[in-house]
Design a protein around this ligand. Structure first.
Ligand code: ZN
Length: 450
């Protein structure tokens, strides 16, 4: 294996391990936190006053599932501005309802709400775990404490109906009625214990507390199958949550690899929760987290109000989210001339309706960065007759007033429980992102210079 291949495989392998350790957005942030701490980043709490040092590296977490990390360069913030990579920590799926279970024909079921837009059928006949966070009452103080929980094994199942009972399944597709047919089977009823109590007792025993002290939870249904390589030459990787933990992982790797020597503004990674449900929450991309953070960094750096606008004008955001890779069996779903392939390198996503924030200037800058980093790059445009999804790009660009390019790696089966991407793309995205953080100035001339 040559050097490039070995690097690509190592990055893909590390991504798979990152996702294995991140079965929910709360776990993903905990895993990012571990990596940031190991690299010497210092935690800032939103509740405390900040004093920041030029050259310092910091991170901030809002409500356990949104995180930002940044290096504060030693240069003039007004002149250098911010270089921000934005991504999201959440993935579509199921969330356990507050009444955690109910009896169904002698079986204990766990009822779930649909979170975002998952491909429901991909949850059928898989070994499903639960992961998320649980709020507990501290019996000594009465305080609410939060704990991460991961079942670590398959505890739930969404069994298919047999084809003998559902004869049209291959003609009509596998459909689940969204209210009545999505309860997940958790076991048989026994000991006369109502399923709700059995579920609470399970959580309590795993979290070493009394069942009555389990107050509330946000629990996602997660896959138990570890990520892996596939293809005759291991060309692909398959796992859950590639959308969008692959971008969180790439951005984090790039931030950790950059030393802050050449670019002397602020290099930042921000990963939001709630993208899959519209981003409108106090920790979502439409919330105040990023504007608050930028304003606090500006204040701590002694940037006056006029210079804040200069800093924004000098800044650039790279909105990183996965892209639709060309699927050989479904060629009709793609714009033939503007499609991207797995293992073809980072994809610039373009949409005239501004569902993606890319404009020609940001597109050209990203192309130049790719070329300098020795990375191929592709462009993707959605078909006119299929509604295009969106990203955090447009909302973040408009909230900050910062030029933005929407990019991502190509993948198949977006929003499936098990998604597929190209094994060589992760290292390519990391390389161009590292260059984005590392280049002394962005390869463009501002209005001022023309
Ligand atoms: Zn996404």
């Amino acid at each position: 294996m040559d050097n490039d291949n070995a690097r690509a495989r190592a990055s893909a392998r590390d991504l798979l391990e990152f996702i294995d350790r991140s079965p929910s957005p709360w776990h993903a942030v905990a895993e990012m936190r571990v990596r940031l701490e190991q690299a010497g980043f210092q935690r800032l709490h939103e509740e405390t006053k900040w004093s920041l040092t030029a050259g310092g590296a910091y991170y901030v977490i809002r409500d356990d599932s949104t995180i930002a990390a940044f290096r504060l360069g030693a240069g003039s913030l007004a002149d250098e501005g911010y270089r921000i990579i934005g991504a999201h920590t959440d993935s579509p799926g199921f969330r356990v309802k507050p009444a955690g279970g109910q009896p169904r024909g002698g079986h204990a079921s766990v009822d779930v709400e649909i979170y975002g837009g998952p491909i429901l059928a991909t949850f059928a006949d898989r070994d499903l775990a639960l992961a998320g966070r649980v709020m507990l009452r501290d019996p000594n103080t009465g305080d609410v404490v939060r704990r991460l929980y991961h079942s670590d094994k398959a505890v739930l199942r969404l069994p298919n109906a047999a084809i003998h009972l559902n004869r049209q399944v291959n003609q009509e597709g596998l459909r689940f009625q969204q209210h009545d047919e999505l309860s997940l089977v958790a076991g048989m009823l026994h000991d006369g214990l109502p399923p709700e109590d059995a579920f609470r007792a399970h959580l309590a025993s795993r979290l070493s507390c009394e069942p009555d002290d389990v107050l509330a939870w946000e629990l996602a249904v997660a896959d138990t199958q570890p990520g892996g390589f596939c293809g005759l030459d291991d060309e692909f990787i398959a796992t859950s949550q590639l959308d969008n933990l692959a971008s969180c992982h790439a951005g984090l790797d790039a931030l950790l690899a950059s030393d802050g020597d050449a670019f002397s503004g602020v290099s930042m990674l921000v990963c939001f929760d709630h993208e899959e449900v519209g981003s409108q929450s106090f920790k979502g991309a439409q919330g105040s987290f990023l504007p608050d953070l930028v304003s606090r960094i500006n204040a701590a750096s002694g940037v006056d109000p006029d210079d804040r606008h200069r800093a924004a004008a000098a800044s650039m955001l790279l909105s990183a989210d996965m892209a639709h890779g060309y699927h050989p069996n479904f060629g009709r779903l793609y714009d033939q001339a503007n499609q991207a392939k797995l293992n073809g390198g980072p994809v610039i996503k373009i949409n005239a309706q501004q569902r993606y924030a890319t404009d020609s200037a940001a597109e050209a800058v990203f192309m130049a960065l790719c070329e300098e980093a020795g990375v191929p790059c592709q462009k993707y445009v959605h078909r006119n007759d299929i509604p295009c999804g969106s990203t955090i790009g447009p909302m973040t660009a408009s909230a900050l007033g910062v030029r933005t390019v929407d990019v991502g790696n190509a993948m198949w089966s977006m929003h499936s429980l098990r998604e597929t991407a190209g094994a060589s793309d992760q290292v390519a995205m990391i390389d161009v992102m590292t260059h984005f953080f590392g280049r002394e100035r962005l390869p463009w001339r501002t209005d001022r210079a023309t």
